[in-house]
Design a protein around this ligand. Structure first.
Ligand SMILES: NC(=O)c1ccc[n+]([C@@H]2O[C@H](COP(=O)([O-])OP(=O)(O)OC[C@H]3O[C@@H](n4cnc5c(N)ncnc54)[C@H](OP(=O)(O)O)[C@@H]3O)[C@@H](O)[C@H]2O)c1
Length: 305
């Protein structure tokens, strides 16, 4: 099969190569998915799991990409819940070969059925960003109607999902980002927008929840905005500062079939709008990854037409 591999961490996306690899075989509880669309998170080549296994041994050449939508072509020993020919979407293990490939082996529990009226490209685009937003707001942040929420990077892949879900859950949403992101953040449902390049973040006042996708100085200053009992939720590692009288949570998204279904239902009924930026074919993906213009939204690789 065709697949994109990486072997050299220092090379970044310039080190990606389109090669031939053996098709994966399904292990116990796995399915093999013929990949129609694959998603790529822009920071993946910085994740240790892209380069080493769980025992810290080199696992290159590794195939990046950890979200997909496609069709089940084989099931492993003991696998239940999914069948050959079924449309699915979801996440793959960080430490296994990923989805920038024509086929991927995935534990069945990490996938959910993809309804026939949801395009593969759309399915792949909401798997990681939709689930991350859901888990940060609902599971870890326990957001409530009427609360004030800052959605950092509100025009980005995760931030646009946070903005929409927080709004649907009844929160007052303050989106943040660069000047060019204002309209996009408001279109995703932010009640107001903070331009992190020129506005003073602290002028926003107290909030109940900050969803941080940026970290660094923005993350640190955000901790000071959390009201008593509120939560700083970070998806960019442990927060460098904690709220004086609130919680700080950092987490890595986990696949969850029921939550994937919640996400895709919202896509189907129009409550959740996907945020697709660049779409390329597998053949063109390496060149697309290496373009220098500013990225907007989720990067999708349409592996099969
Ligand atoms: N822990 C987890 O489970 C998890 C899951 C998904 C993603 N993540 C992480 O979350 C982060 C965001 O992912 P994503 O896919 O949403 O990326 P993305 O689509 O690039 O979104 C990030 C947004 O934030 C903006 N931004 C970043 N730094 C900024 C700054 N200093 N001032 C103003 N705006 C800024 C970006 O603008 P520019 O592009 O112009 O910088 C972009 O619009 C990544 O670090 C990713 O690794 C973690």
């Amino acid at each position: 099969m065709k697949a994109i591999v990486v072997t050299d961490q220092a090379a970044g996306t310039a080190g990606m190569k389109l090669v031939e690899r053996p098709e994966p075989q399904p292990s116990i509880n796995d399915v093999v998915v013929q990949v129609y669309a694959s998603g790529f998170v822009n920071t993946e080549l910085g994740w240790p799991s892209t380069w080493t296994d769980r025992l810290d041994r080199d696992r290159t050449p590794s195939i990046p990409g950890h979200e997909l939508a496609g069709v089940v072509t084989a099931i492993g020993y003991g696998t239940t819940g999914l069948s050959v020919g079924q449309r699915v979407f979801g996440l793959t293990d960080w430490y296994r070969d990923g989805t920038l490939a024509e086929y991927a082996a995935v534990e069945a529990r990490n996938l959910a059925p993809l309804p026939g009226d949801v395009d593969f490209t759309v399915g792949a685009s909401v798997a990681i960003s939709g689930l991350t937003a859901w888990q940060g707001l609902v599971v870890h942040g326990r957001v409530l109607a009427g609360q004030r929420v800052i959605a950092h990077g509100a025009a980005g892949a995760v931030g646009s999902m946070v903005t929409q879900l927080a709004r649907e859950l009844g929160a007052y949403v303050i989106g943040s980002g660069r000047a060019a992101d204002r309209q996009s953040a408001l279109d995703f449902g932010a009640h107001e927008f903070v331009n992190l390049e020129t506005d003073v973040l602290e002028d926003v006042g107290g909030v109940d929840l900050v969803f941080d996708v940026i970290g660094g100085d923005i993350g640190k200053r955000s901790a000071g905005l959390i009201r008593a009992g509120g939560t700083l939720v970070s998806v960019v590692g442990p927060p460098e500062a904690r709220p004086a009288d609130g919680l700080a949570v950092d987490f890595v998204v986990e696949s969850d079939r029921a939550q994937l279904s919640e996400i895709v239902q919202r896509v189907q009924d129009g409550r959740l709008r996907t945020n697709i930026g660049n779409v390329s074919t597998l053949d063109d993906a390496v060149a697309a990854f290496n373009r220098t213009e500013r990225r907007k939204g989720k990067r999708i690789i349409r592996v099969r037409p």
